[in-house]
Design a binder for this molecule. Structure first.
Ligand code: BG6
Ligand code: MG
Length: 218
């Protein structure tokens, strides 16, 4: 019986992946190499510093820790220029109806996002009120695929992992849910998310009845 739903943020609730991509691309250009959309797939769900390390690997770059922190801060400033302009119409299709349905049926709602900008985004798109618990990048020390973030989210809403379900668009996030012993719905492509229990292209038409049906049939 599902008692709590745990949502990733970037790529599940809002399409901020495009803003992360633009900011990383700008940084790569400044460092003298091209950063492609294919490269960007590797950064989804991954923390800011780890993303920078992947970027350095792609560009064959080696810099001091101090310089790394400076560049991560610069990327974040550019990223924040985009998210500070976000409006509620950037919430992805189907999300609001699904959250309303969960609330109506007293299913707990938690956020499990690696982002340290999660509060800003939730406030910008006016969706914070739906969440019973918010676990973001400021509250964990181990990045996805480590299960810490989702275990904390389940614990924060007082539910056992087996009574929760995670919604994720990133491979690292799907693995984190599996590592936490939580069932996971992949949002996006079956090619990248094949380890998920069930995969949908987006949350359009998703509701609690559908969710219960998926897990009853498993
Ligand atoms: C994840 C994104 O949700 O958050 C990653 O998928 C991002 O792309 C990570 O790097 C950290 O985000 P932020 O906002 O703290 O830089
Ligand atoms: Mg995501």
């Amino acid at each position: 019986m599902i008692k709590a739903c745990i949502f990733d943020l970037d790529g599940v609730i809002v399409d901020t992946a495009k803003y992360h991509f633009l900011a990383w691309k700008r940084l790569a250009a400044e460092l003298g190499f091209e950063f492609t959309k294919e490269n960007n797939e590797r950064l989804k769900g991954v923390s800011r510093m780890h993303s920078l390390e992947i970027l350095f690997e792609l560009g064959n770059i080696n810099l001091s820790q101090e310089k790394k922190e400076e560049l991560a801060a610069k990327k974040n400033e550019w990223y924040r220029e985009y998210i500070l302009k976000m409006k509620p119409d950037e919430i992805l299709p189907g999300v609001l109806n699904f959250l309303e349905d969960l609330k109506k049926n007293k299913i707990k709602i938690a956020l499990g996002s690696a982002s340290r900008n999660a509060f800003t985004i939730l406030e910008r798109v006016s969706i914070k009120k739906y969440f019973d618990a918010i676990i973001d990048g400021t509250k964990v020390s181990k990045a996805k695929p480590n299960p810490e973030i989702f275990l904390k989210a389940a614990h924060s809403v007082g539910e056992k992992p087996e009574n929760c379900v995670v919604f994720e668009d990133a491979q690292a996030g799907v693995e984190a849910a599996i590592n936490a012993g939580i069932q996971v719905i992949g949002i996006g492509s079956p090619v990248t998310l094949k380890k998920a229990n069930f995969i949908v292209p987006d949350l359009t038409k998703f509701n609690l009845q559908y969710l219960n049906m998926i897990f009853e049939n498993k």
